[in-house]
Design a protein around this ligand. Sequence first.
Ligand SMILES: Nc1nc2c(c(=O)[nH]1)N[C@H]1C(S)=C(S)[C@@H](COP(=O)(O)O)O[C@H]1N2
Ligand SMILES: [Mo]
Length: 359
Amino acid sequence: MDTSADLRDTRAGLQLINPAPYNAEAPPEALVGEITPTDLHYVRSNFPLPEHDGTLQVGGAVARPLTLTLDDLRALPSHERAVTLECAGNGRLQMRPLPTGEPWGDYAVSTARWKGALLHDVLAQAEPSAEGIDVRFTGADHGAYHLKPVLADTNREDLSFVRALPLALAADPGSDILIAYEMNGEPLGRDHGAPFRLIVPHWYAVASVKWLSRIDVLTETLTGEFQTGHYMYEWADRPPEPVDLMRVRARITAPAAGSTIPAGTCTVRGKAWSGSGAIARVEVSLTGAGEWFPATLAPPSGPYHWQEWTFDWDAVDVGRHTLRVKATDAAGNGQPEVPLWNRLGYGNNAVEVIYVDVV
Ligand SMILES: Nc1nc2c(c(=O)[nH]1)N[C@H]1C(S)=C(S)[C@@H](COP(=O)(O)O)O[C@H]1N2
Ligand SMILES: [Mo]
């Protein structure tokens, strides 16, 4: 494990899940503000921190292969977007039977301001072939990885972190995909993909390849461990589906789960987000199976940014109360009461339930 001072500082406030490769979730405070401070932003890495040579190669089926440096990227028009990133494995610990995979609680989600060049502008310079289908993104990180199915040590291979997006999406300026070199106004740190990374708004964060070293236009669809092996919903009763857009979810940030509060008015508050667009409504329930009441929803402060909601609860009855919250997005997607189980434990967006004791 790398324990240099800068890493120790940025890791001190996180909840360790795995020291090597380093995985850590955010503390609950990370969801309180509009923006998560960098040192409270969750970290998920599949391999040890890589060495990056400082260049980005753009090749494959393109008319003009490119080698870009950080300065070249900075010379392109810059765009800054607040983007909520959530790990597809967030909430895995709530699933039964418990799937294999990193045991994430509920805080592998954060929102940062990411600044960089538009992927569209970089691809336009390289001139993708009309035959292009997928764009493959390769991270500089690599290492031994248990291929799926996880059987035995014979099933380990040296792999790089590789993901793809359809060319039509990657080349669309409207998709706002960034090659980001700054996070919250500072150069990107090592855990978050220095010197530059992809940021794919609205997608589960697996698509946002860190330590980006190569971009290749492919004339076929990518298959691979991180594309069609892991990061697939393997349902019990229907064909597998790729993990793509974040599912709609609301979270409670106050009062704290399990806390004791004095009788009186209590402002229940939290966040809600969806990879399918803005949140249309948030509702709160004060009992199990009971009535749902509308919460006050703040307008989105950006297209990829979680939204704040509040609900004034007349907490006059002493005793234990269950609070539930659920969101519906503009596309009409809602949240299930129980996690939608899939073998690798992705995309848990079940309704959050907490209890609070009123004294
Ligand atoms: N190169 C590379 N990029 C990666 C990963 C990785 O292991 N290697 N993990 C992905 C996953 S699963 C997540 S959830 C996000 C986490 O980004 P963060 O560590 O900045 O929060 O990075 C994604 N990009
Ligand atoms: Mo993830």
